[in-house]
Design a binder for this molecule. Structure first.
Ligand SMILES: [Mg+2]
Length: 394
């Protein structure tokens, strides 16, 4: 096979329901193209600018030399890291894997070690949009389990009126605990429950109080109990609670994850495929986690391309745990086809080449960019914009 060359890098901002997806499409001189996703919630236009600057390097290159290109885009750029640059690199790097997989006629997971499993366990997020009382949580939990979910994630405290990053009132703490109790009662003992704090506790002691309040409900992980900047605080919380700690959606590259795990800061790492530096970087992060007996469960709230790259990693990473799932926008599969097969909350590993998706430029243009921010303390606003689960997970 003669050398392929990159000829063009295109970006598409697609107005998803509560964040804009930034799709990177890379064209080559043999007619093959690949797609990646660089969505950074609330900052998509900023990252788009970074992709445009990376294009100066990547146009004219051989798309197969992915490790070399990561090193050039990250290491040789003098300013290394930060979520804007690593998201931009993630979009470009993923598109190169899509090209390489298509050119060789294999799914990307075949190039990252091959399958370690045949199906992937999913858990549902954004199923609890009805309101935040324990009764409303209970009703919503029963509904989503009927649609096949085997695991449910939720934040029982975030978005409640009066919540404050630095103060945890007993009234809010207790209502959140009651909501967790109601969900456990509604779904029975065998459904896995995951609590996401979204980093709302800016004092480690309050994060510990919250965890202690829900420990008795057999919670499978407690996510971002404190914000992501202080890894020692994360490790402190983990040392004090009897629930596995998950974190990493706001950490990037092998370096942050090495420091997190070295301090004892996590049982489960959650790199985001649109942010962490790309598919090979995610594979390395998973390996670092494995060496600390920690599991890998990618953060997966963005567009269909990011979902597809998460599935590729879930297929090959031995210490993969479970994959996040959000209800899709009704038009989502017009913009990006991704014919996944999901049965009873488990996704069959696809065998299409590359990422296995087809991005439709014309359909994408029908959903233009909309300015929107991502706020931690105002989650009900985001919840109102998020689509509802209309049928089974897919
Ligand atoms: Mg989270």
């Amino acid at each position: 096979m003669g050398r392929i060359r990159v000829t063009e890098v295109k970006t598409f901002l697609v107005g998803g329901s509560w964040r804009n997806w930034l799709i990177v499409k890379i064209e080559t001189d043999v007619g093959l193209h690949g797609v990646g996703e660089a969505t950074l919630e609330g900052k998509s236009k900023t990252v788009e600018g970074a992709v445009v600057e990376l294009a100066r390097y990547i146009v004219g290159q051989d798309p197969f030399a992915i490790e070399k290109h990561f090193q050039e885009m990250y290491r040789r750029a003098f300013y290394a890291g930060g979520e804007v640059l690593t998201s931009a690199i993630s979009g470009v790097e993923t598109a190169l894997w899509d090209i390489k997989g298509k050119a060789l006629g294999v799914p990307v997971y075949e190039l990252l070690g091959g399958r370690t499993r045949d199906r992937i366990k999913l858990y549902a997020n954004a199923w609890y949009k009805q309101g935040m009382s324990p009764d409303e949580f209970e009703m919503a939990a029963k509904e989503i389990v009927k649609l096949g979910a085997k695991g449910l994630k939720f934040n029982p405290w975030g978005g409640r009126p009066g919540i404050d990053f630095y103060r945890l009132d007993n009234s809010i703490l207790n209502t959140g605990i009651d909501a967790v109790a109601a969900v456990r009662e509604a779904v029975g003992p065998d459904i896995d429950l995951y609590i996401d704090c979204n980093g709302i506790f800016n004092t480690a002691a309050n994060a510990v109080r919250a965890a202690k309040g829900v420990e008795r409900y057999n919670i499978s992980f407690f996510e971002e109990p404190v914000p992501h900047e202080n890894l020692d605080a994360m490790a402190y919380v983990r040392s004090k609670i009897d629930i596995p700690v998950a974190t990493g959606e706001r950490l990037f590259t092998i370096f942050s994850f090495q420091q997190l795990l070295e301090r004892g800061g996590a049982d489960i790492v959650q790199p985001d495929m649109s942010h962490c530096g790309g598919m090979l970087e995610a594979r390395k992060i998973a390996a670092i986690a494995d060496s600390h007996y920690a599991a890998f469960a990618p953060h997966n709230p963005n567009g269909e391309v990011s979902y597809a790259s998460s599935v590729q990693l879930a297929a090959c990473v031995p210490n993969f745990l479970v994959l996040e799932h959000f209800p899709p926008e009704p038009w989502r599969f017009d913009v990006c086809t991704n014919p996944m097969v999901v049965e009873d909350g488990w996704l069959e590993i696809p065998d299409r080449s590359g990422l296995g998706v087809e991005f439709n430029e014309e359909a994408a243009l029908e959903h233009p960019y909309e300015p929107i921010d991502l706020y931690n303390l105002h989650r009900p606003e985001l919840q109102q914009k998020t689509p509802r689960y209309a049928d089974k997970l897919r």
